[in-house]
Design a protein around this ligand. Structure first.
Ligand SMILES: [Zn+2]
Length: 243
């Protein structure tokens, strides 16, 4: 059974159908509609800048120039690699995309092909920062979110390293390891305070990027204070001055 182009378009817009099922019913790989990431993504640089950054990045321009003009690198090994890799890429409006043929690991079903924007080297850190710091997700969860829209060689390795090097996550993990679960005794008002730190958030006019959250365990009263850094000194000062 297969869907007409109109029916398949309807699926892409409705998102009511399980993607894997829809793919199987799609007319054919040749006529299949790709899902382009830039439809929804808000990038911190313009499309024109992306085009230029891709051209300036040796990692990306190698494939871009081959697919567009048939130009191959001088190095024969790199040239062979480029020809081999090129099948997984396409160009749209002068921008290089990687075609992500995602496959369900248990059922061996395929999802609709996603066009992932090929991220030039100079823009990778921005992407990792944006997606990791939105909730400070672990390496795998950060990677899974990024790969829905973006691609570059060694992306998983880079994202894993970025998430594991995050100063905020290291502090939070250290704090949690040192606080094993136990039953708390019932004590009076502001006798025991639970502390958490939220962020980072976009910087405000006073250069604050984090929130210090204090909860009185007896009354559940919550106090919040802005923080510029995660330095113990600043956190201690906020605590001593306000509680
Ligand atoms: Zn983090």
């Amino acid at each position: 059974m297969s869907l007409s182009d109109e029916e398949y378009e309807l699926y892409l817009n409705s998102k009511l159908v399980e993607p894997a099922i829809a793919y199987l019913k799609c007319p054919s790989r040749e006529t299949q509609k790709h899902v382009n990431v830039l439809w929804e993504e808000e990038l911190s640089v313009s499309i024109d800048n992306i085009k230029q950054l891709q051209k300036d990045c040796s990692d990306v321009s190698r494939l871009l120039f081959y697919i567009k003009n048939g130009e191959l690198p001088q190095n024969s090994k790199l040239a062979r690699q480029t020809v081999f890799e090129a099948e997984q890429y396409c160009i749209q409006d002068d921008i290089l995309y990687h075609l992500n043929h995602r496959k369900h690991k248990d059922l061996k079903l395929l999802y609709p092909v996603t066009e992932q924007l090929v991220v030039p080297q100079s823009f990778r850190e921005d992407i990792m920062k944006k997606y990791h710091e939105a909730g400070h997700k672990n390496a795998d969860r950060t990677y899974n979110t990024i790969r829905e829209k973006f691609y570059w060689n060694n992306m998983y390795k880079n994202v894993k390293h970025y998430a594991r090097s995050c100063e905020f996550c290291q502090r939070v993990n250290h704090f949690h390891k040192r606080a094993p679960l136990k039953t708390w005794e019932n004590v009076g008002v502001w006798q025991r305070v639970h502390i958490d730190i939220l962020g980072s958030f976009p910087e405000d006019e006073q250069h604050n990027r984090y929130i210090l959250l204090l909860v009185d365990s007896y009354t559940r009263w919550v106090e919040i204070f802005p923080l510029k850094t995660l330095e113990a000194k600043e956190i201690a000062e906020k605590f001593m001055m306000n509680v």
